[in-house]
Design a protein around this ligand. Sequence first.
Ligand code: PEP
Ligand code: MG
Length: 559
Amino acid sequence: MQNQSEHIQDTNREEFRFKGIPTSQGIEFGKAIVLFKEGPSSYPIHISEESIPEELERFSAALVNASEELQHIIDIAQKESAKISHILETYLLILMDSIMHDSIRTRIKEGYTAENAVIHEFDVQKQFFTLAKDPIIRERSIDFDHVTERLLNGLRNRTISHAVAEGSIVIGSSITPTDLMLFHKAGCLGFITEIGGIASHASILARSLSMPAIIGLRDISEKVQDEDAIIIDGFSGILIVHPTEDTRSFYIQKKKEADDNKLSLGLLANTECTTLDGYPIHLMANIDSIEDLHVAMKYGAKGIGLLRTEYLIIARQHFPTEQEQIEWYKELSHISFPHPLTIRAFDVGSDKYAEGLAEEDNPALGLRGIRFLLQRKDIFKNQIRAVYIASKEKNIRFMLPMISTINELKISLAFIEESRLELEHEGIPHDMALPIGIMIETPASALISDSLAPLVSFFSIGTNDLTQYTMAADRLNEYVSDIYDPFNPAVIRLMKMAIESAKKYGINIGICGELAGHSAATELLIGLGIQEISVSPPLLLELKKRILHINYSEVSQLH
Ligand code: PEP
Ligand code: MG
């Protein structure tokens, strides 16, 4: 990650400001706790031959301690956050890998300290992840660091005292979700790290705990001392050290405004979502977990417009079995009931999960989404069966990603029907009229939308990919981010074509790309005739507030 830190003000010796990347919103005041930083070089490397048995013993004891501690935290996490408990289970799997234990023991027997053997072995394993093409897998390499840290702490008999966290803001090189959870329980108010990503587990957890967080503040643990009075502004990514009275008053006011805004938005959760002149808009949420679904329901979502099922693969690091999927879908559909749950077929490949896929020079234009599923019909079939078996409450819809030809859609629909008929023959009850729709996210699908519409029950516009493929600009590439513009007329025209086709054939059309939550897009989308908008849960209430102020008769004349 690029260093985003910058020294904003140095004229007043008392107050310092640093700017990083905001990753979870909110403002908090507290005392800094700077986490202890110990590099690999702080450990001795060699031991004498007679110390080897003792060293092996030390390693075994640290292993037992670390696994017991982790199991204890998993028990806590299971009550608090399913997402995090899955992550911690992954840590436990890494920790308990017997092949790694053997390698560590072998290295100790060669005369190395347990610390050195642990660091060495974990580094070797981590390489496989660090070198992966897929950014999601690359980011998982940090799991190895977290597990290494736990083992090293155990070897040194050193644990972080989470009890001192009350009223504090934690600053560290990075933070594990485990420690973050324990700090949170002890009353910690926010965190700041030198590294990490917006999609890192700690960031995800901070957002779900509504705890302000800033990442990417390089060397910050050397610039701030324990007990320093600080303010964290998770809206703009600013950290203030030794705030003056004026700054403090400014932020007290800013926090109050943010709290008031949250409160007044909260009142909108149960408000009907219509424009000023009574045109109804179906507000739904994009989710990837049961946790997200609870938040969406709390904010008054009228169903789920996009369930990214890739999350289940990422959390488990393998394609989930039919049974695993059935349980997950059933629970999600039960919670969303009576509102719809739109399950999207695995959209793997490209920047998503890529395990088991062939290496490709140009993966965004390669075997992704439905293209992959039609090559791996075993995986596709498992998912189709699970979706149908979970559909007894009749609120599930099934959506296909990356459709770009009529043939592809016809083959997919035939395969879905064939799999459904098998269930019928097996006497397994399911929703026989389960709606099947497609994402409109390739320019081809928009251009031939009038031929696709008669074949499906609904369209959902995925502006993230529609923009990427229309503008020929990688959605993750910062060098072409100015060209990657969902407001470009080329993208809007394609959206308009899809909307017209949907209207012509009387099928539902919604939008679930990021554009749906963009404040400048609401009038445009409603004016174009979109009636179903799906956004990530934290955006729901702001979006509803905007919709309530729109006059449909005025905006619809724009087009
Ligand atoms: C999209 O492409 O707009 C979309 C919603 O799908 P994803 O972001 O998962 O590719
Ligand atoms: Mg997409």
